[in-house]
Design a protein around this ligand. Structure first.
Ligand SMILES: CC(=O)SCCNC(=O)CCNC(=O)[C@H](O)C(C)(C)COP(=O)(O)OP(=O)(O)OC[C@H]1O[C@@H](n2cnc3c(N)ncnc32)[C@H](O)[C@@H]1OP(=O)(O)O
Ligand SMILES: O=C([O-])CC(=O)C(=O)O
Length: 439
């Protein structure tokens, strides 16, 4: 057993004891009341899940095991000469709960390289789709085809003790994270680069190798990929992709089935697809206005038109956050260091000054500030990755780190099948009249 796997088991055993004690001694403690409006409106604000890997504060944003994004940028190991944190280090932190050493991160990089083989039938399954298919469709099809490799599914079919679920889930998660960049790069090169593929370089770090397989050797792009893979990795447990992965996993579906399900949620425009929608929206704005550098007044008019057409302003608003997303700020800082004069990036910054007061004045938008998706596309365009339909796949590769670390925890902690109660509107009416009661 590798030392990380062993360490994870020790941590999980410790937490298991604590949780058993919490449930035994405090199991009847009421956390909060649930209102009728919350039940109808997307369960906003209901504390209903336990996710160990990260915790979101509405004003400060995400913390991974207590570390904010600026703290991760300071404290996680980097490649020699690099300034951005390595995603391997964040995966270690989410899994183990402690900052990794350089050696831990190197060990993970080599593990991912060693486990990265993708069988040919996965590429054949992707090839069976028309090139016009959306990259996210190809991505989930690729992940589903890879499910043939699940060690959890095989072991379960043979019959295993529930105490051992975590071990197979760990191996599947490691394998899947190792293989995703290869699948994603295959999709990119098939759809946009004449089906000419680039072999992995096992000596590079996970994100650096991903950039290489996509066809981008610029060190600036590799640094961006490292940062990108870190900041998109996790956003506590209630977001659509993490919640879906967790929910499907609770039926003891393996890591491939669970992750593919989560990715179908990430592919929705109110969630991960918003990153492509932002760039599409900015490019449409430039085309309609006939200028590459719209003024703030022109941006304002375009925002008002978007709202008047009954559409959302992509990249703005959030279900939990109530301030500017620190993931937006991290990307802004990256841009200020590496590409301060980029035209598109400057439009993103002008939008940031224009949109919040307009959304605020609508009176109904709870968070007028930008989220992570408002900035990411402009950085990618700068390095030549202009094919915006691919952006959500990048998000998905990163999100695997968080949701799969969580899935390991779910099985190691023996979490239950998730099955909340639902009611009908007729039941709600009777409840108001005092004729029925919640169980
Ligand atoms: C990685 C991520 O998933 S980050 C989010 C990415 N998604 C986007 O950027 C899409 C644009 N934003 C949105 O659609 C929303 O802000 C969401 C989906 C992110 C959050 O939704 P909610 O929690 O329901 O937001 P909120 O409570 O503020 O919504 C209240 C109203 O404001 C509207 N609103 C919220 N954000 C926006 C926006 N950016 N533009 C226009 N209207 C908005 C809602 O559509 C809703 O309108 P309605 O009452 O007519 O239905
Ligand atoms: O937290 C959310 O609901 C959406 C989000 O920003 C993410 O998943 O990264």
């Amino acid at each position: 057993m590798g030392h990380i796997k062993e360490k994870f088991k020790v941590k999980a055993d410790e937490l298991n004891v604590e949780i058993k004690d919490l449930v035994k001694n405090h199991g009847t403690r009421k956390i909060e009341d649930v209102t009728l409006a919350q039940v109808y409106q997307g369960m906003r604000g209901i504390t209903g899940l336990v996710t160990e890997t990260s915790l979101l504060d509405a004003n400060e944003g995400i913390r991974f095991r207590g570390y904010s994004i600026p703290e991760l940028r300071d404290n996680l190991p980097k490649v020699k000469g690099g300034a951005e944190p390595l995603p391997e280090g964040l995966f270690y932190l989410m899994l183990i709960g402690e900052l990794p050493s350089e050696a831990d991160v190197q060990h993970l990089s080599s593990q991912f390289a060693r486990r990265s083989h993708v069988p040919n039938h996965v590429f054949a399954a992707i090839d069976a789709l028309p090139v016009s298919a959306h990259p996210m469709t190809m991505f989930t099809v690729g992940v589903m085809a890879l499910q043939t490799e699940s060690s959890f599914a095989k072991a379960y079919a043979e019959g295993i003790n529930k105490k051992d679920y975590w071990s197979y889930m760990y191996d599947d998660s490691m394998d899947l994270i190792a293989r995703l960049p290869r699948i994603a790069a295959y999709i990119y090169r098939r759809k946009y680069k004449n089906n000419v593929h680039i072999q992995p370089n096992g000596l590079l770090d996970w994100a650096g190798n991903f950039a290489h397989m996509l066809g981008y050797e610029d060190e600036g792009f590799k640094e961006l990929m490292r940062l990108y893979m870190v900041i998109h990795a996790d956003h506590e447990g209630g977001n659509v992709s993490a919640h879906t992965t967790h929910l499907v996993g609770s039926a003891l579906s393996d890591a491939y089935l669970s992750f593919a399900a989560g990715m179908n949620g990430l592919a929705g425009p109110l969630h991960g697809l918003a990153n492509q929608e932002v760039i599409k929206w900015i490019l449409n704005m430039r085309e309609e206005l006939g200028t590459n550098a719209p003024t703030k007044q022109q941006i304002e008019d375009y925002v008002r038109k978007t709202l008047a057409d009954g559409k959302v302003v992509p990249g703005y608003g959030h279900a939990v956050l109530r301030k500017t997303d620190p993931r937006f700020t991290a990307q802004m800082e990256f841009a200020k260091t590496h590409l301060p004069d980029d035209e598109l990036v400057n439009i993103v910054w002008n939008i940031y000054e224009t949109v919040p007061p307009i959304l605020e004045n609508l009176g109904k938008v709870k968070n007028p500030w930008p989220n992570v998706d408002a900035h990411s596309g402009a950085l990618l365009v700068h390095y030549g990755l202009v094919e915006y339909e691919f952006y959500t796949v990048l998000f998905g590769v990163s999100r695997a780190l968080g949701v799969l670390a969580s899935l390991c925890w779910d099985r190691a902690l023996g979490f239950s099948l998730e099955r909340p109660k639902s009611v009908t509107t007729e039941w709600m009416k009777q409840f108001i009249e005092g004729k029925v009661e919640a169980e």
